[in-house]
Ligand binder design. Structure first.
Ligand SMILES: Cc1cc2nc3c(=O)[nH]c(=O)nc-3n(C[C@H](O)[C@H](O)[C@H](O)COP(=O)(O)OP(=O)(O)OC[C@H]3O[C@@H](n4cnc5c(N)ncnc54)[C@H](O)[C@@H]3O)c2cc1C
Length: 274
């Protein structure tokens, strides 16, 4: 890992095989802002641009400056700019238009030295409610890890509610018409769907809400698989579940959400060998 200081920014060049959370810890300890809310996410640095890893109001697209890749089509190394990576919500060229073309070798992140912690997400605001001083980056990292642990989203040995692939479904991004249809269905049941503005007049809707309001509560048991008691979007392996068990529950959830809410939930994990 190399770091270069440019004005108030520190540019980190990090090898793809480095552990992501170790890098976050190092950046926070150096008082560099920009990835503190991405604490506690399992995996490697090289995995982060692929699905534009995001959580608690930050995503890696906010700080990635470039990525060094091996282009398997041309047989040579290349430097891709942030724009080249085509980042959107949970996507990039690496998992869409150019899937399989590049091996990411190194990622360059531009972080703000002495920058303020990003406290935009409701759970974080709630955590820090009543604090008289602004939370530091270290406070924020600690808070994010605690919140993640309470949701089974921090890998904790012995906790069966965190034996998951993380959030199984992406939050659907709906057009104005699709959103209108969804709110109509919800108000017929006297319900209000949690949603947030997205680009181009679209709305991002809570996938967790859709799952829970389709008969799959936290703690739902489907035999060897189930839903985490701590998080409606985490499909967990309760007892030697097979991939087929996981897929059966995934299909069941998708079908119910489609039937009740008219929305197709898209999985977030990559399926290997299907
Ligand atoms: C408990 C839990 C919580 C999670 N929470 C979050 C979260 O909050 N936000 C979030 O965005 N994700 C989350 N995830 C998903 C996961 O942590 C991320 O997708 C992470 O980036 C995966 O990294 P990895 O190195 O394990 O990649 P893998 O899972 O091994 O690979 C993921 C994809 O990236 C590709 N890939 C990986 N490395 C490279 C490389 N060097 N070059 C080219 N392609 C590559 C793989 O081919 C694959 O398609 C969570 C997962 C778990 C289990």
């Amino acid at each position: 890992m190399a770091e270069h200081e440019e004005n108030c920014r520190i540019r980190y060049e990090v090898g793809a095989g480095e552990e992501w959370d170790g890098f976050v810890a190092r950046a926070v300890a150096r008082n560099c802002a920009g990835i503190e809310c991405l604490s506690g996410i399992p995996g490697s640095v090289g995995g982060t641009p692929v699905q534009n890893v995001g959580a608690y109001g930050q995503e890696v697209a906010d700080t990635i400056a470039s990525a060094r890749v091996l282009d398997l089509r041309e047989g040579q190394e290349r430097e891709l700019s942030k724009a080249d990576c085509g980042f959107k919500y949970r996507t990039s060229i690496f998992n869409t238009s150019e899937r399989g073309r590049y091996i990411i070798l190194q990622v360059s992140y531009a972080l703000k030295l002495g920058g303020a912690a990003h406290i935009a997400y409701a759970d974080l605001k709630k955590h820090f409610f009543g604090w008289t001083e602004a939370p530091t980056l270290a406070d924020t990292r600690e808070a994010v890890r605690r919140i993640r642990a309470s949701k089974g989203m921090l890998i904790t040995p012995g906790d069966e509610d965190c034996r998951s692939a993380g959030s199984f479904f992406k939050n659907p991004v709906l057009s104005a018409d699709e959103y209108k249809d969804l709110t109509k269905r919800a108000s017929a049941k006297n319900l209000q769907v949690p949603s947030y503005p997205a680009l181009d007049a679209q709305r991002k809707v809570s996938a967790a809400w859709l799952v829970e309001h389709s008969g799959f509560n936290r703690g739902y048991s489907g035999g060897r698989v189930g839903i985490s008691r701590k998080h409606a979007l985490a499909i967990v392996n309760r007892d030697e579940a097979t991939a087929a068990d996981v897929l059966a529950l995934k299909d069941h959830i998708q079908q119910r959400v489609q039937d009740i809410w008219g929305i197709h939930l898209e999985p977030e994990p990559v399926f290997v060998g299907f």
